[in-house]
Design a protein around this ligand. Sequence first.
Ligand SMILES: C[S@@+](CC[C@H](N)C(=O)[O-])C[C@H]1O[C@@H](n2cnc3c(N)ncnc32)[C@H](O)[C@@H]1O
Length: 409
Amino acid sequence: MPAAILPNSAAAEKLEALAAKLTEAASDLRAGTNASPQSHAKLVDTLRSTVEVVNRPTDDLNDMMMGFVQCTAIRLLLKWNVFENLPTEGTISYKELAAKVGGDESLITRLCWFLVATGMLKQEGADQVAHTARSRPYASVNPLSAMLMIGFDEYLPSFVHMPRYFDTYGAHEPSGRLHSIKASAEGQPELTATEIMYAQPERVSNMALAMSSMENMYPLAGVYDYSWIATAAAAKDADTDRALVVDVGGAKGHTLEAICKDTPGLPLERCVLQDLPEVIEVVKGMARESKAGPKMVGMDFFNEQPIKGALVYIIRRCLHDFSDKECIRILTHLSNAMAPDSRLLIGETVLSNPPSRPTAMVDLLLSTIGGKERTIDGFNKIAERAGLKVSGVHRASFGDFSIIEYKKA
Ligand SMILES: C[S@@+](CC[C@H](N)C(=O)[O-])C[C@H]1O[C@@H](n2cnc3c(N)ncnc32)[C@H](O)[C@@H]1O
């Protein structure tokens, strides 16, 4: 049998330290003081570290293969509405379940058995199956089930295609919107991933729903102090026509709303929401007439920035979709529009070196469309090329999200 990774005494010491952490987590659970996503994430990390202490390479391999088999089993059961047809409470026989979804009893049973084996479904007796708390979310359309489908349908084919892609293009970092891994995997290398997705609106809406499950990784408020903008706007000699905050690629305007709600004296009507014209049309259609909102401007951030000299420009969660060269183009348009006292805020995940697990994963997911996560140095390098100089880095209290402030160099 292959040896454990650590010598026994070192593994025992680590396990004892982790056991103390788990005992602490158990008392937090009992006291109900474990409610925050941060304490849950810490607990998951502790458990993972425990597995890492004891796993042998064969166990690692087994876990990896379990991961993709489990993902496939869930995807198929979702496709055939099996989770939806399991009773919310109580059990159903495999025979009845298969009849309800119109599949072979033997096929449905084998897929369910895999999930029973991993603890996601529960079996009673020899032929009765039931939901657990871990399977119930897959019984409806929600960000979690959409993310599973997106992971399987949109990303996995690109990963499977990677060996062939690199045979063709060599071992070079994929960059640029054309000839991306995703487009090549779909047999359309001359299209961008966005063009491919937008041709099928159902894929876009699934992606949007799935992305909302990741929103707690990117806090909207509490990372950067915007109060200086309200102070500047209230100054006696302030130019009342000057845009205060322009959110570039701001989608439905949720960032601007959160900032203004959190910052007394910062009026939403003095802010500008920018996105692609087709997105702005949809957002305008959704806007309530009674509510004062930002000015909405359809634009393309690869072209000249139409609002000049705003106090602040924000570009949040956009640059990671693009290569360095493309980002320099986007940032140069912003830099050219900025006044000497304007500030640019880049809101993005910032890679640590080495990166955390979730960020390292998202970085490779982004590689499939020619995008990437960046370290602070990575952001500063592209910003410098666009005539900008870093003036502050504001990290979220939890996770890898940061707001980096730049001024004109
Ligand atoms: C991942 S979303 C980020 C949305 C928002 N900033 C946030 O932080 O949640 C990227 C946004 O960039 C917009 N976008 C993509 N390409 C663009 C372009 N060339 N010009 C303007 N907006 C663009 C998309 O429509 C989308 O709303």
